[in-house]
Design a protein around this ligand. Structure first.
Ligand SMILES: Nc1ncnc2c1ncn2[C@@H]1O[C@H](COP(=O)(O)OP(=O)(O)O)[C@@H](O)[C@H]1O
Ligand SMILES: [Mg+2]
Length: 372
């Protein structure tokens, strides 16, 4: 949730643009997402409470919200059809509520782009993993998500953020920022730039294997944090994968790698005490087992790179933090001096931790594959 606040009259007016039933009761800020502004809307229909999620799409990040929504409509529609017969079909994916003009988004009275979803009841998200089994359940949900989308009919989804996880173009952006050095910070990051140089040789590995036809392009989520999976209150199972803004063509390994980056981290992304920062093997084991239990579609080259993908994505995010630090903190929101540099350092420390544990992680991944 951003710090932006909205008067209730604006939210009420925005809701009235959508095809919802009943009388408006309330709209409250909801969840802890960092990208969109999210509200829970309660309506009353014949005495019964019906809830929705109302979101203002972040148009700084998503320049073409209509394309984002077109992707989401296709993806959620496809998953819904796959699960049409299931007992709790309506909780298996997001359900988009159309605006009264039939479009899946509406321009609000504030000029922003808004959308609504059915509120998924009886499930919740967690921001931090409380028990390792939640890592298993989330990874399993992402595997099923990719599996469900493996046969999405053409055309290709829009690439809503081009080159999102492309490490080589991220390195090119870093080199530009370092050359420009607009804030005269380069001298302070010589250790980090040396770390980058020591890893350049492997930065293109997945892209090269994709170009060689060994790794296929798939439909991926691209933001596989634990809090983007709704976990069922009663069973703890992952029911719906949410936050579909960045669903687009990509590599399955990017999704797995970002799970490894976010869910195995022992410390916060901006922890300053690097002795606390490492990648947890027990969490990695849960992720590998949960993912491989349902990621039946993986080809051998993808399986070979599961462990590497964790290092690559973590390195890539570290490169992005470093780039933003050099460019003067223009992309990631910062709340203290050197915030982006601290974030870069945690990512690079995570990479080191994964490098030190590489053999052990490979063994865990192999055992998980055999168990699946
Ligand atoms: N359809 C839904 N039903 C119930 N809760 C939801 C739904 N959509 C989102 N949420 C809650 O709102 C939070 C923020 O939504 P999300 O789409 O992830 O936004 P952001 O992109 O800002 O992270 C989620 O973590 C989840 O707790
Ligand atoms: Mg989210």
């Amino acid at each position: 949730m951003s710090s932006r606040t909205y008067p209730e009259t604006l939210l009420r007016e925005t809701v009235s643009l959508f095809s919802v039933y009943g009388d408006f009761r309330s709209a409250q800020p909801y969840g802890s997402g960092h990208i969109n502004d999210t509200f829970k809307v309660d309506m009353s229909l014949a005495g019964t409470k019906v809830s929705y999620i109302l979101q203002r799409i972040n148009d700084t990040i998503f320049k073409q919200p209509a394309r984002v929504m077109e992707n989401i409509v296709r993806v959620t529609g496809h998953i819904a059809v796959k699960h049409a017969g299931d007992p709790d079909a309506s909780r298996k994916t997001l359900t988009v509520i159309n605006a009264r003009d039939g479009k899946p988004l509406a321009r609000g009275p504030d000029g922003g782009w808004w959308r609504m979803y059915v509120f998924i009841e009886g499930a919740r998200t967690v921001d931090l993993i409380e028990r390792p089994v939640q890592a298993y359940k989330a990874a399993n949900a992402f595997a099923r998500f990719q599996n469900d989308l493996a046969d999405l009919p053409q055309p290709r989804l829009y690439e809503t953020i081009p080159e999102f996880h492309n490490t080589l173009s991220r390195l090119a952006q870093l080199d530009e920022a370092a050359a420009a050095d607009v804030c005269a910070r380069k001298a302070k990051v010589s250790a980090e730039l040396a770390f980058v140089d020591a890893h350049r040789a492997e930065a293109g590995r997945l892209i090269e294997r994709m170009r060689a036809g060994e790794i296929p392009e798939r439909i991926t989520h691209n933001d596989t944090k634990i809090n983007n999976v709704m976990l069922d209150d009663a069973t703890g199972e992952g029911c719906a994968v949410i936050d579909l803004d960045t669903v687009m063509p990509g590599l399955a390994l990017y999704d797995f790698g970002d799970m490894v980056r976010t869910s195995t981290a022992n410390a916060a992304e901006d922890e300053r005490d690097l002795s606390k920062v490492y990648s947890r093997l027990d969490m990695f084991e849960q992720l590998a087992r949960g993912y491989l239990a349902d990621a039946k579609f993986l080809v051998p080259a993808e399986r070979e790179e599961l462990v590497f993908s964790g290092r690559l994505i973590t390195f890539t995010i570290g490169v992005r933090f470093l780039t933003d630090y050099l460019a003067g903190d223009t992309y990631f929101r910062t709340s203290r001096p050197d915030h982006n540099l601290d974030r870069c350092r945690t990512q690079f420390k995570m990479v080191e931790s994964m490098e030190a544990n590489a053999a052990e992680m490979e063994k865990i991944a192999k055992d998980a594959a055999n168990a699946s």
